[in-house]
Design a protein around this ligand. Structure first.
Ligand SMILES: *Cc1c(COP(=O)(O)O)cnc(C)c1O
Length: 358
């Protein structure tokens, strides 16, 4: 006997990177920002906690959407917000990609949460292989022109490879299936890629998703948003209000507004991460790794003479946590989040020991 709804047997839930409570751990496995959020965010959350928690939050997060709209130079009716971009993504999949049997196109190596959502919602998937340089294969997507598909999803920059497509490539993708939504997940865009928000005005099928979790150091607050033309935002709002009318609580709305209002702080710590990334990339190459070009806050690297799973285990024994994916094509790579200069130094020291030992 089973209490579960029948579809649960077919789920393939996403496995987040581990969050172990080990003292002195150098945690470079989940692409969190190594720096704390702006002090103005903390002050805003404290203020919100002192007033009005007995009341429901604004269900449509109007003040926050206005601030996000100003940040992107669009009208607030082109902004949708949710409880982390994972929630926004799930609502997007429900709103736009459930077209009986037609497959959603996505790269074979990408953010694995997409596949979890597809299994949950019964969306068929067609994987489009990355090219031999592990770049999104634009030509392969364009070759599907004229076929019946549910839509397209691209993480740009892609995860876990870290490689970004330029804006003109995204514009070309948007025209491959103009009757379907192109979802561009820009979780890492602030670390050096071009944002597809510039395409929204001209392309009614482009929907861009961003998050406070990585570049704005607020993974714990759970705030993500989508930018698209008003009909797409209206559709998302219909789905949201069929599921959870209040996805962002009062603390999250207040903290998120403050995060956008401290642009100087954001740019300082973002630049620090990018600077550290470039140094780490060179040090890894000096140790013999080949490292993919990264426009993110992580690097994706392989060593020709050392098995990636063994390296990850050896690093863990030295209290350095990185992410390894036991997955075809990328199982010899490590994904290493960029930490503070001190954390990156500890990683490199640990690697020097491990490589010398074996
Ligand atoms: C981290 C990440 C997300 C999830 O971000 P949240 O806003 O914390 O839910 C979404 N997409 C990609 C590609 C990510 O790496």
């Amino acid at each position: 006997m089973s209490f579960t709804s029948p579809h649960l047997a077919g789920l393939a839930p996403y496995t987040p990177g581990e969050q172990p409570a080990i003292e002195g751990l150098v945690k470079l496995n989940t692409n969190e920002n190594p720096y704390p959020p702006s002090p103005r965010v903390l002050a805003a959350i404290e203020g919100a906690a002192r007033t009005g928690l007995q009341l429901y939050p604004d269900p449509e997060s109007c003040a926050l959407r206005k601030v996000i709209a100003r940040h992107h130079g669009v009208d607030p009716d082109r902004v949708f917000v949710g409880n982390g971009s994972d929630e926004v993504l799930a609502l997007v999949f429900d709103a736009f990609f459930r077209h009986a049997g037609q497959p959603l196109l996505l790269p074979d190596v990408s953010y694995s949460f997409y596949q979890s959502v597809c299994r949950w919602l019964g969306v068929a998937v067609r994987q489009v292989p990355l090219d031999e340089g592990l770049r999104v294969d634009l030509a392969a997507f364009e070759a599907t022109r004229g076929e019946a598909v549910a839509g397209m999803v691209i993480a740009n920059p892609n995860a876990p490879t870290g490689i970004a497509l330029p804006l003109n490539a995204l514009a070309r993708l948007a025209r491959v299936h103009p009757q379907r939504v192109l979802l561009v997940d820009e979780a890492y865009v602030d670390f050096g890629a071009e944002s597809a928000t510039a395409l929204v005005a001209r392309h009614p099928n482009v929907l861009v998703v961003q998050t406070l979790s990585k570049s704005r150091a607020l993974a714990g607050l759970r705030v993500g948003w989508a930018i698209g033309q008003a009909p797409l935002v209206d559709a998302l709002t219909r789905v949201k209000n069929s599921f959870n009318a209040y996805p962002l609580d009062r603390l999250a709305q207040a903290g998120a507004i403050a995060a956008f209002e401290d642009q100087a702080y954001f740019e300082r710590q973002r630049d620090a991460v990018v600077h550290c990334r470039e140094g780490l990339l060179l040090q890894l190459e000096d140790l013999g790794f080949s490292v993919l070009p990264s426009q993110t806050n992580f690097v994706f690297a392989r060593h020709p003479a050392h098995d990636a799973a063994q390296l990850a285990a050896a690093l863990r024994a030295r209290k350095v946590l990185v992410r390894h994916f036991a997955q075809p094509r990328i199982d010899q790579y490590l994904r290493i989040s960029v930490g503070t200069p001190g954390q990156c130094g500890q990683l490199v020291d640990a690697l020097v020991h491990i490589l010398q030992a074996g």
